[in-house]
Design a protein around this ligand. Structure first.
Ligand SMILES: [Zn+2]
Length: 401
């Protein structure tokens, strides 16, 4: 394919000695962990996909682009305690994304604590990952719009640092500036649990955006930090959409109109987000974007959510945030079931899969997004919008440079 031409073979923390400075735990085989499933295309469609992949800026609004242990469920706690999640440079170089929003360790940031998300741990994670990025020349730590164009131009990938929830800032608005200084360019108001800013999606009572939350929204607007409400409760999300002077993102969600679970979003909220100029990224993590027609989670279920949201809010306000990783994502959910509130937000009573066929990891997800859009007969212009143009427009409006 040769789209990511700048990759020359660096693996995460190659500057360290394995077995001495860095654990030699066996990691999974990246995008080859499970058999690849590509949406079948005609020869003509194949060549259109390749042309689009070369010419289009492709942005994933939500990923965890790191390698997890081969035996994830058994080894993930030890791996995370080491505090050096390995960016999957090689696997990313085989995909189409020019930009990935990287959610760091997030809810699995248990380097020192049991509950995770602590300020010191989050800074440890950001500092460590920044150090690794500084020792290689393929991925760019993305802090500006120009970094995105540069990654596309030079066959590299731009990695945007993101936090899914604001609990690490505790009650300190100024910590937003500190996170921005360390490169964080988007943050969730809450994760699934409530914090000082607002209520999370798993809660039964949503008190909406708090006064402290409003201060944080004001500061994030001033800083040029994109606001995400993917894990917030309904009222908190609506309040944030209305209170924020800048459009917000729901970076990895699906439509409750297709599948009734707490993890998915009501039509009126999707419409309100779009009406203020915001963007909705379609989610693909296991057992989230299910549908009645495709209750076994796979790329078809994910694309049904895409079509539904597109019809609801228009092609200018929809994109993708597949929320995938390199490793056994279902095993990760099992290992962290209580901490990540998996049952409370996904619900029960559906057949489970081992992995999401066709959207298993960032490499496969990026390919199948373009393949689906080509197969479904979208115009080049519409594909450019959905693949990255809509996200780029939003970032130009929100980021300060
Ligand atoms: Zn999430």
């Amino acid at each position: 394919m040769g789209i990511k031409t700048a990759y020359k073979g660096y693996k995460a923390y190659d500057y360290l000695e394995k077995g001495t400075d860095l654990s030699d735990m066996e990691l999974c085989a990246g995008e080859k962990r499970v058999p690849e499933y590509l949406i079948p295309l005609s020869e003509e469609q194949e060549s259109r996909v390749l042309t689009l992949a070369r010419e289009t800026i492709c942005i994933s609004l939500h990923e965890h682009p790191v390698l997890f242990p081969e035996n994830l469920q058994a080894d993930v706690f030890e791996y995370n305690r080491e505090g050096r999640q390995r960016c999957a440079y090689e696997a990313l170089s085989k995909g189409y994304f020019d930009v990935v929003f990287d959610n760091m360790m997030d809810g699995t940031c248990n380097i020192m604590s049991r509950g995770g998300w602590k300020w010191d741990e989050v800074l440890h994670d950001i500092g460590m990952r920044s150090c690794d990025l500084a020792h290689q020349d393929f991925a760019i730590k993305c802090e500006t719009i120009e970094d995105i164009y540069r990654a596309h131009r030079e066959g590299r990938i731009a990695v945007v640092f993101v936090l899914e929830g604001a609990s690490p800032i505790e009650n300190e608005v100024d910590r937003l500036d500190i996170l921005y200084g360390f490169g964080v360019r988007s943050m969730g108001i809450t994760y699934s649990e409530t914090n000082g800013l607002g209520s999370g999606m798993k809660e039964e009572n949503d008190g909406g955006l708090t006064l402290f939350g409003k201060k944080c929204v004001e500061r994030m607007n001033r800083l040029g930090m994109l606001i995400d409400c993917s894990h917030s409760g309904d009222k908190t999300t609506m309040d944030t959409i209305q209170y924020s002077k800048k459009p917000i993102v729901l970076s990895h969600v699906g439509a409750k109109g297709l599948w009734n679970s707490k993890r998915l979003v009501d039509d009126d909220i999707l419409k309100a987000c779009a009406a203020k100029g915001g963007l909705i990224g379609i989610e693909a993590a296991p057992h989230t974007t299910l549908t009645q027609a495709h209750p076994l989670h796979c790329v078809d279920s994910v694309m049904e959510h895409f079509e539904y949201v597109k019809d609801l809010v228009g092609i200018d306000h929809v994109s993708f945030g597949p929320d995938t990783l390199y490793g056994d994502h279902v095993g990760l959910h099992n290992a962290y079931a209580r901490k990540l509130s998996i049952k409370a937000i996904q619900g029960e009573g559906f057949e489970r899969v081992e992995y999401v066929r066709g959207m298993e990891n960032p490499t496969e997800a990026g390919k199948n997004i373009l393949r689906y859009l080509v197969k479904a007969g979208y115009s080049d212009e519409d594909i450019r919008k959905v693949a990255g143009g809509n996200a780029l427009r939003l970032l130009k409006e929100v980021w300060v440079r």
